[in-house]
Design a protein around this ligand. Structure first.
Ligand SMILES: Cc1cc2nc3c(=O)[nH]c(=O)nc-3n(C[C@H](O)[C@H](O)[C@H](O)COP(=O)(O)OP(=O)(O)OC[C@H]3O[C@@H](n4cnc5c(N)ncnc54)[C@H](O)[C@@H]3O)c2cc1C
Length: 439
């Protein structure tokens, strides 16, 4: 309930900020209207400019607004609201072009002034942002390159949109109304200052050092780090942090990883990382003493937000076990008495990270572990293959709808588990998942 109220508050703040310029322009002295479509199109233009400004706020990782949702959910919101923003921006000139011959004249290459040109270029940059984000993988753009281009394009598109409004904006007819956009610009600059300067400086002043790199399997390593001189910030089992290693915190080369360590165990943090690309393949190069910067904790994927009375079910695929290991270890250390179940799927037992540890965990915790190797050893007595409804039904208790479910793994496993569990009667609010992919 606490999170619900706070969530509703921040949604109201979002709507208020998005609508603020339109409402402010509608107040007080107004020039004569130019008809419905003209006014509607301008309202879309102003609304989209403020939505663009809020985009930067969304990804600035402010902890208070992110708390009710989890910062990862805010990132997904950023992603999907951007598509709506793009449609609104596109509708702004489309309506004017369709209904106002004078605008068609103004956009002719011989007639166009720099304010209108700024609007056109801003729209083209937004189009580039959408295309490069939606089809980044298909276009083979490495994540770090994409992120840099994304930030630069977004900054340019926003500044050009403000220039367009300053020169071409109708209804900005009083000194007070002229102040709205510089005010938004100042807020935006403050956010940039925080993200690009203050936060990296803060990270620089709280460095960690690598204590140990543990090889878990062929392609999975656990990075054990300890703070150089400060306290570890409190975190909840299952949360994640952004990690920068081999670069400075100003580089924007940071990667999100779940804590695989147990917050009850003080003095060190653990991240269990699977080799995937440029950064993760370098984890094994980190020797003791290597400096690491950690921005966190973030995220709402944690048992501490959902203390189900009758126990929890954990469903992991591959490296998705990392945040679940953190939760399970925390439950064991807290001497939790509730019954829990873990389903863990991977290609083989050898590939399963923490296999031996998880096998032994029922000695310390009221836990039933269901391993699901796709390629089991000969005479394997347990379940095999992909997780499906039959396997879930065989192991879940009759009161399955009263349990909380924590799901992390490859997207097909997560989709299947969520769909089947919901079909079996588990309410959506009991399903909690973490997808290891923002874009
Ligand atoms: C909330 C969250 C928690 C995660 N926890 C873990 C974990 O515990 N263990 C683990 O092995 N992996 C985890 N990941 C995935 C991990 O962040 C990526 O595998 C890693 O960043 C890949 O970087 P790379 O340069 O090695 O590979 P690349 O080839 O550069 O990237 C592979 C894919 O990883 C994603 N990715 C890359 N860089 C970033 C970035 N800076 N931010 C967001 N996504 C990125 C992109 O989708 C990209 O296509 C997590 C991801 C998220 C979003």
């Amino acid at each position: 309930m606490r999170y619900l109220t706070r969530g509703l508050f921040w949604i109201a703040v979002y709507l208020g900020l998005a609508l603020f310029p339109c409402l402010a322009l509608l107040s007080g002295n107004m020039p004569p209207g130019y008809g419905y479509w003209w006014d509607f199109s301008l309202a879309l233009g102003y609304g989209s400019a403020s939505m663009m400004a809020i985009m930067f706020f969304l990804t600035a990782r402010f902890k208070r607004p992110a708390l009710p949702f989890g910062v990862d959910v805010i990132y997904y919101f950023h992603k999907y609201i951007a598509l709506l923003l793009f449609l609104i921006v596109a509708a702004h000139p489309a309506i004017l072009l369709a209904t106002e011959p004078v605008v068609r004249e103004m956009l002719k290459p011989a007639q166009i002034n720099r304010y209108m040109a700024a609007g056109v270029v801003s729209f083209l940059l937004l189009t580039l942002i959408v295309v490069s984000s939606l089809w980044r993988k298909q276009l083979n753009i490495p994540y770090d390159t994409w992120r840099l281009i994304h930030a630069l394009l977004a900054i340019a598109a926003f500044i050009l949109a403000l220039i367009h409004i300053e020169g071409a904006g109708y209804y900005i007819n009083t000194p007070g109304k002229r102040l709205i956009w510089p005010l938004i610009m100042v807020c935006w600059l403050l956010i940039q200052l925080y993200v690009r300067l203050i936060r990296p400086l803060r990270l620089l002043s709280t460095p960690y050092r690598v204590k140990e790199v543990i090889k878990e399997s062929d392609e999975v390593y656990t990075l054990v780090v300890e703070p150089r001189q400060h306290e570890i910030p409190a975190y909840k089992p299952g949360q994640f942090a952004w990690l920068t290693m081999f670069y400075s915190p100003f580089s924007m080369k940071e990667h999100p990883f779940s804590f695989s360590s147990n917050p009850e165990q003080k003095g060190e943090l653990r991240f269990t990382i699977k080799e995937l690309g440029d950064f993760t393949k370098r984890i094994k190069e980190a020797g003791p003493g290597q400096t690491v910067y950690i921005d966190g904790p973030y995220g709402a994927f944690t048992i501490d937000r959902h203390p189900a009375e009758r126990g929890s079910v954990f469903i992991a695929g591959g490296i998705g076990i990392a945040p679940l290991r953190s939760m399970l270890r925390a439950l064991a250390d807290r001497k939790d008495q509730r019954p829990h179940i873990l389903f863990f799927a991977d290609k083989s037992l050898e590939k399963m990270t923490f296999y031996e540890e998880l096998k032994a965990l029922p000695d310390q915790l009221n836990l039933q572990v269901v391993f699901l190797p796709q390629h089991p050893p000969a005479n394997w007595p347990g379940e095999t293959g992909y997780l499906n409804r039959e396997i879930l039904t065989r192991h879940l208790p009759a009161h399955l709808s009263e349990l909380d479910y924590f799901i992390c793994g490859p997207a097909p496993l997560m989709d299947m588990a969520e769909k089947e569990l919901h079909a079996m009667g588990v309410p959506l609010q009991n399903l909690h998942s973490e997808l290891f992919d923002f874009v």
